[in-house]
Write a protein that binds this ligand. Structure first.
Ligand code: 5CA
Length: 428
């Protein structure tokens, strides 16, 4: 991508409204713009990261047996009246009336819609287990939207819903999702501690939340340091993980903590995922029944599984930044390489940089090429701010000698290398 043709409205100054580093950097790096409180436009750079996070979530969740659908964001109030949640949900639900005076709402979650799909289309135990998910926008009219997309009103969520014949099978599915979550966060390179949680408005008994460690997280997290090794392994010992101590905020009672001080870690955490098993709550309320092996009508056991995809983007920045800007890990970086042509008016430099750009494109390397006629200082500052993992700099002197300067964002090590060596490094 040529920066001269791209849309990257970076800001030099820190926006006054941004209290946390991820919000500040997302605005400054031209990733998002606020439309109204808690509602954002995702600009090209931000959208690329959002899509990358979503795709990793998608791949891992599908390996674990989930199937993607796309449900409407606008839902009928009547479904929520059936489940009994219409009145309970309160002011967080954005209620809308259509031209025929039908009560509608912008979905804060989709248990009702998916249960409706299920009851109209699944009739037999032979079709179970069934695990449907989507990655889509949600709306919750939070009293205090804050920290940019970290706590938005409109946000992008992966929400999955499982249907099993009985509790035993449902619990198996639940822990399959639990493991898939551990794999997702490991692949993303984020340490996410799973902890037993309250079911809250979703209801039910079995529930875990996943907290990513970051200094500026909203909650205070306490956990057994044994998590750190166990989450790094290739296979997970779910039974042992479940026995480890972890708690957030007031749930932690230092006087009665089962872990001694030398094994207890405390850190700030960001809740990036939450999974629930709630039995037959919705299948009963909405009479979503199937025939079991004996032809008897039975209500399936359900679970739901959320990941705050847009929040994960912010969590990355909280975890990976320095004073100059973002430091993207390669897995979710908007581009892998930032190429800078220091002197556009120098013909040798420009021919050399253009040709290297073409080589990167031919090798399928995602590259953002700063081909604009601008000062070196400004170009370096922009590249540091947007945080691409590799920076490659072409200048008149190097171009004459056929060398480029290559630098890993977040380190000070610069190397002068040949075109071939640079290509090897960037395609490794
Ligand atoms: N129906 C279930 C899961 S399918 C559900 O809604 N769970 S949730 O309420 O816990 O939300 C799932 C995840 O969405 C949370 O773990 C969090 O990461 C993210 N999330 C929730 N509210 C917001 C918000 N206001 N802004 C950004 N992300 C949010």
């Amino acid at each position: 991508m040529l920066l001269s043709q791209y849309f990257l409205p970076v800001l030099k100054e820190n926006p006054a409204e941004a209290q946390v580093v991820s919000h500040r950097l997302m605005l400054r790096a031209g990733m998002i713009r606020q439309q109204s409180a808690g509602i954002y436009t995702w600009l090209p750079l931000g959208l690329r990261v959002l899509r990358k996070v979503a795709n990793i979530v998608r791949q891992e969740i599908e390996k674990a047996g989930a199937v993607e659908i796309l449900m409407p964001t606008i839902q009928s109030a009547s479904l929520w009246q059936e489940s009994g949640r219409y009145d309970d949900y309160g002011k967080e639900m954005l209620r809308i009336t259509d031209r025929h005076d039908n009560a509608m709402l912008y979905g804060p979650t989709a248990e009702e819609v998916v249960t409706d799909i299920f009851r109209n289309n699944v009739k037999s135990y032979k079709d179970l287990p069934l695990n449907l998910y989507q990655i889509h926008w949600k709306f919750r009219d939070e009293i205090r939207p804050r920290f940019g997309v970290m706590r938005g009103r409109e946000f992008y969520m992966k929400d999955g819903y499982s249907f099993d014949l009985d509790q035993e099978s449902s619990t198996k599915t639940y822990f399959k999702m639990y493991e898939a979550y551990l794999r997702i966060f490991k692949r993303l390179g984020l340490m996410a501690i799973p902890l037993k949680a309250d079911n809250g408005a979703i209801g039910g008994d079995l529930s875990h939340e996943f907290q990513v460690l970051a200094d500026t997280g909203e909650s205070q997290l306490y956990y057994d340091k044994a998590f750190e090794d166990m989450l790094n392994q290739d296979t997970y010992d779910v039974a042992s993980l479940q026995k480890l101590y972890a708690a957030v905020d007031d749930e932690h009672d230092s006087a009665n903590c089962p872990v001694d001080d030398s094994s207890l870690r405390s850190a700030r955490g960001i809740e990036v995922g939450h999974i629930f098993q709630f039995g037959t709550k919705y299948s009963n309320a909405m009479d979503a029944a199937i025939d079991d092996a004996n032809g008897k009508r039975t209500h399936p056991w359900m679970g739901s599984y959320g990941i705050g995809v847009s929040r994960v983007v912010a969590a990355f920045i909280e975890a990976f930044h320095d004073d100059s800007g973002i430091i993207w890990p390669e897995v979710v970086a908007p581009f892998k390489v930032g190429l800078i042509n220091l002197k556009v008016k120098d013909e040798t430099s420009t021919i050399f940089a253009n040709s290297f750009y073409e080589k990167l494109l031919a090798a399928n390397v995602e590259v953002l090429y700063d081909d604009r006629d601008d000062s070196a200082g400004k170009k370096f500052a922009t590249m540091d701010l947007i945080g691409l993992p590799w920076q490659v700099v072409v200048g008149p002197r190097g171009a004459k000698e056929g060398v480029l300067e290559i630098k890993r964002r977040g380190t000070d090590e610069k190397q002068e290398v040949s075109v071939e060596a640079a290509l090897d490094m960037l395609t490794a």
